[in-house]
Design a protein around this ligand. Structure first.
Ligand SMILES: Nc1nc2c(c(=O)[nH]1)N[C@H]1C(S)=C(S)[C@@H](COP(=O)(O)O)O[C@H]1N2
Ligand SMILES: [Mo]
Length: 393
């Protein structure tokens, strides 16, 4: 049932432009907006929607519209290793090759042919960077991890339009002994501290390729924006964002395990990272002002890479007491995959002073959020419950 109280917004449900916001964006104002002389990100990044890190930008949770389920591309986070390339869709070709095909020389496909030849599918899924929440290793646990200091905005939910990777692989002559597939991007080669690591690329198991992996050209019914992979990207629903290679130029199919620095050196904690953990966020700025003595409806969202969210428990007193949040059903119908879950909590007449809001989600597989996230030097998978300070006055 749709929670109608969510339509009758209290002050905190509105886009929170008027509320007090912590100084994070100002401090980051000097971030470089260019890579090798060209803008790294092409779409506008208005400061009320994004925190700008230069080649990356995260969505501000206090700008998320509680009435809108999917994330518009104009508001979706961007994570670029180098910069968004300019690709001409008319001359674009995807090359599929490797010893995992009956003819290892493989095939090439243009966008129009791909769209004509295979059945179009639509899948709604959470799209999230592995490092989402990384800043909380420092802010909440006192040990800083290296990498972009994302708060919780390196995530969105998108309804993708595309074709099944398995349909394309079978048409291309997939061998039954293929084990590994690797997508490679058409963006510039990635140079890290003087070392050229080549194109951004990452292998994944054939099982995921034959399950729900997509080759997507659309997001929420529109062509991909340049920053999000135009004209074609991989989408591995529920998996770490790096698996969803943008500006897909090549797909290598192999009968032996493939590796790349993106599954050995990075995005690896004792093994290549796959399915995303459970996380939650409040649709509020940190240090938001909440009116004392009144009733306020607080909203947020939770998501998991493995399964839909089963329940969300919230605390408005720093974790002393907990209550279940009201979950909103996802707007249907959807074919496959799953997005995030919106929820609400009515806060009755809070006392003036500083309070900490907490939200802990559990998914249908029983995975939940710990109090403390396991530290790793690159700051992946911060899945602990985030303590969200607000000021009641
Ligand atoms: N070709 C290419 N693909 C890429 C990347 C990249 O830099 N180049 N970044 C990856 C990472 S780390 C993430 S989190 C997602 C981000 O996708 P988005 O920018 O569309 O939100 O794309 C992935 N695919
Ligand atoms: Mo990422």
């Amino acid at each position: 049932m749709v929670d109608t109280s969510l339509r009758r917004r209290s002050v905190l449900g509105l886009p929170l432009a008027g509320l007090a916001v912590a100084g994070t964006t100002q401090a980051l104002g000097a971030a470089p907006r260019a890579y090798a002389g060209a803008p790294a990100i092409q779409k506008p990044l208005p400061p009320e929607w994004f925190i700008d890190y230069g080649t990356n930008a995260e969505t501000r949770w206090d700008s998320v519209d509680p009435h809108r389920y999917a994330t518009p591309q104009s508001r979706l986070f961007v994570r670029n290793h180098t910069r968004t390339p300019q690709i001409d869709a008319a001359s674009y070709r995807l090359r599929v090759f490797g010893d995992g095909l009956t003819d290892p020389a493989g095939v090439t496909l243009g966008l129009a042919e791909l769209q004509r030849r295979f059945r179009t599918v639509e899948v709604t899924s959470v799209h999230e960077c592995t490092g989402n929440g990384r800043s909380f290793f420092d802010v909440q646990q006192g040990t800083k991890a290296s990498g972009t200091q994302w708060t919780l905005g390196a995530v969105g939910t998108v309804t993708w339009q595309g074709v099944r990777l398995r349909d394309v692989l079978r048409w291309a002559g997939l061998r039954s002994d293929a084990v590994s597939v690797q997508g490679s991007g058409l963006d510039d080669e990635y140079v890290d501290k003087g070392e050229n690591l080549g194109r951004v690329r990452r292998p994944f198991p054939i099982a995921k390729a034959l399950d729900d992996a997509l080759l997507a050209w659309g997001a929420n019914g529109e062509p991909l924006l340049p920053d999000h992979g135009y004209p074609l990207r991989l989408v591995l629903p529920g998996w770490v964002g790096i698996a969803s290679i943008k500006w897909l130029g090549e797909l290598q199919v192999s009968t032996s395990e493939l590796t790349s620095p993106w599954n050995t050196r990075w995005y690896n904690i004792g093994g290549p990272l796959g399915v995303n953990p459970v996380r939650s966020a409040w649709e509020l700025p940190r240090d938001a002002q909440v009116p004392a003595g009144r009733t306020t409806v607080l909203t947020g969202r939770s998501w998991s890479g493995a399964a839909p969210i089963a329940r969300v428990d919230v605390s408005t007193d720093g974790g002393a007491t907990w209550q279940p949040a009201r979950l909103r059903p996802a707007p249907g119908p959807r074919t496959e995959g799953h997005g995030w879950t919106r929820w609400a909590h009515t806060w009755h007449a809070p006392e003036p002073g500083r309070h900490e809001l907490l939200a802990r989600a559990t998914d249908l597989h029983g995975r939940t959020q710990p109090d403390v996230a396991t530290f790793n030097p690159n700051g992946y998978f911060f899945d602990a419950v985030v303590r969200h300070p607000v000021m009641v006055a």
